[in-house]
Design a protein around this ligand. Structure first.
Ligand SMILES: [Zn+2]
Ligand SMILES: [Zn+2]
Ligand SMILES: [Zn+2]
Length: 146
C-alpha cells in the first residue's frame, strides 16, 4: 500500500504539485479503491470529516487534478461520478470488466479500438468508451454454493 502511494507522490512532484497533508491523505484514502469505484460524495464526506476546514470545491478540484495526472480513474454511474485509484500508472489507457454483483473492477489488457478503426478507414475517432459487465468468477462460485 505504501509503495502504491510512493508512485503517486512521485507523479505529483513531477507535475509540480506540492505534497500537502490533505493531498497525501486523499491519495491514501483513494488507494483503498484500487479494485472498485467509490462515489465522489463518499470521498468528499471522508475528507470533510478529516479536515473540517476543507471546502467541497478544494476536494473536487484535487480529485480533478488527480484525474488529469492519471492518478485516479473516473466513470459515471448514472448521474453520479465515481472514482477509483489508477489500476496501473504505466498503462494508463485500458478498459475494465465490472462485476455487477460485487462491483469488483478488473483491468483488461487489450483495447478494441484498432478493430473498429479498421472498419472506418479515413475517419478520426476522438473518443471511445468500452466496459464489460457481468459476474466475476468468485461471485459465480458463491451463486453455485448458495
Ligand atoms: Zn483501471
Ligand atoms: Zn463479483
Ligand atoms: Zn481503448
Amino acid at each position: 500500500m505504501t509503495e502504491l502511494i510512493d508512485d503517486a507522490l512521485h507523479i505529483l512532484k513531477e507535475n509540480k504539485y506540492k505534497i500537502t497533508k490533505q493531498r497525501k491523505s486523499l491519495l491514501t484514502y483513494l488507494s483503498q479503491y484500487e479494485e472498485s469505484y467509490v462515489d465522489v460524495t463518499v470521498v468528499d464526506d471522508y475528507m470533510r470529516n478529516q479536515y473540517p476546514g476543507m471546502s467541497h470545491n478544494t476536494i473536487y478540484r484535487n480529485i480533478k487534478e488527480f484525474k488529469e495526472m492519471g492518478l485516479v480513474e473516473q466513470r459515471m454511474n448514472g448521474e453520479r461520478a465515481c472514482v477509483k485509484y489508477q489500476c496501473d500508472f504505466s498503462h494508463k489507457h485500458h478498459h475494465h470488466f465490472i462485476c455487477t454483483s460485487c462491483s469488483k473492477v478488473v483491468e483488461l489488457d487489450s483495447c478494441p479500438l484498432g478493430y473498429f478503426e479498421n472498419q472506418l478507414p479515413g475517419y478520426k475517432i476522438e473518443e471511445h468508451k468500452f466496459e464489460l459487465h457481468g459476474i466475476c468468477d468468485e461471485c459465480q462460485e458463491k451463486l453455485v454454493k448458495s
